[in-house]
Design a protein around this ligand. Sequence first.
Ligand SMILES: Cc1ncc(COP(=O)(O)O)c(C=O)c1O
Length: 431
Amino acid sequence: MSDLLARHRAVMPNWMALYYNEPIEIVGGKGNRVVDANGKSYLDFFAGILTNMIGYDVPEVREAVESRLASGVVHTSTLYLIRGQVELAEKIARLSGIPDAKVFFTNSGTEANETALLLATYARGSDQVLAMRQSYHGRSFGAISVTSNRSWKNNSLSPLNVHFLHGADKHLAQFRGMSDAGYIAACVDDLRHVLATAVSKDVAALIAEPIQGVGGFTMAPDGLFAAYKEVLDEEGILFVSDEVQTGWGRTGSAFFGIQNHGVTPDMMTFAKGLGNGFAVGGVVARGDLMDGPHAAGVATFGGNPIAMAAANATLDYVLDHDLQANAARTGEIIISGLREAAPRLPVVGDVRGKGLMFAVELVDPATKAPAPALAARFLEETKRLGLLVGKGGLYGNTLRMAPPLTLTEDEAREGLGILVTALEAVNDEAR
Ligand SMILES: Cc1ncc(COP(=O)(O)O)c(C=O)c1O
């Protein structure tokens, strides 16, 4: 074991996972590649869990942050006007499509979801919330309570009364063979049944990820959330879209993931990539919902000048370079390439994704049961071949990938080549 790994194990929590039999320390990066402490270079298809959204060492971001640093003021608190915060909020409010939108900045996705849940429960005077099965929304009490993945639930204590819905689980045996339209109809019926049987009086909100991140990029068929929203609207139940992974054009076909369903939610939460590595999260919500709470609130470091400089530069870069279109283009190269390879690789149970958010599910070639050990093996193989990828899914057998939105077509083909080579190696071993 390396000295750093031994020291890590001694002082960091056991439940904070490290990838790889021999975990790596990333010490440098440029463009869409990083270098580890041994000098080995990797094409990065996971980008620090989607945080380095436009790659590494981006001059526009570096210069924006350096110029803030040079001002001598790293933080002021939100008791004083922060120009970068107002500018970023204006952009996000406009992009959100939410009427009269207002924005509150936090330091993480968890904190963003806590805020959204607070706003929704306050507005509706109810602690009852709907969430999706297989979801992940963060690690605090409120966020865990709307999380539906036992591997990530460290307790069942909850400030909320939560019911979990179908909608992103069309793979389950009971839905097998259904058309998307049939599945959506069944899910809507189930939602109505939950509302009729499981709740009391008013429900505050539904919180949902348009594509489930930790869930292994499982997703509802396009249109499901529009069908849900019709039912929710009948009762005034609010809709919160958790865009922590799906925002900023990553899905290629829409700027925010929920727009793939033709839905304008009441609130969206965001974090991860917006600061291109700097800690920025937040909620964009209808103004009346945001302004609702009667008591004061502050996130001391939320919307800090350094994070805002990074986020403004990152968002401008995404828009100026139309990285949504790039995500659609490069994602298609990889997803269609994986789909082409899948039929000759019995370990591949499923290939799914949208834009630069795609996943491969590994299964036992004989039984088709989830194969987490093969996923772990795949991770080692891609590492050896110089590609960083992620892992997830309810059964730990999903390889999930979300490269920087700046990925070039050549890099897409290079990464695809490594993915297929690694899949072939795992496939050969599994036979
Ligand atoms: C969809 C989603 N929501 C919320 C979170 C929590 O964000 P954070 O880890 O920044 O608190 C995550 C993190 O993985 C996420 O994927």
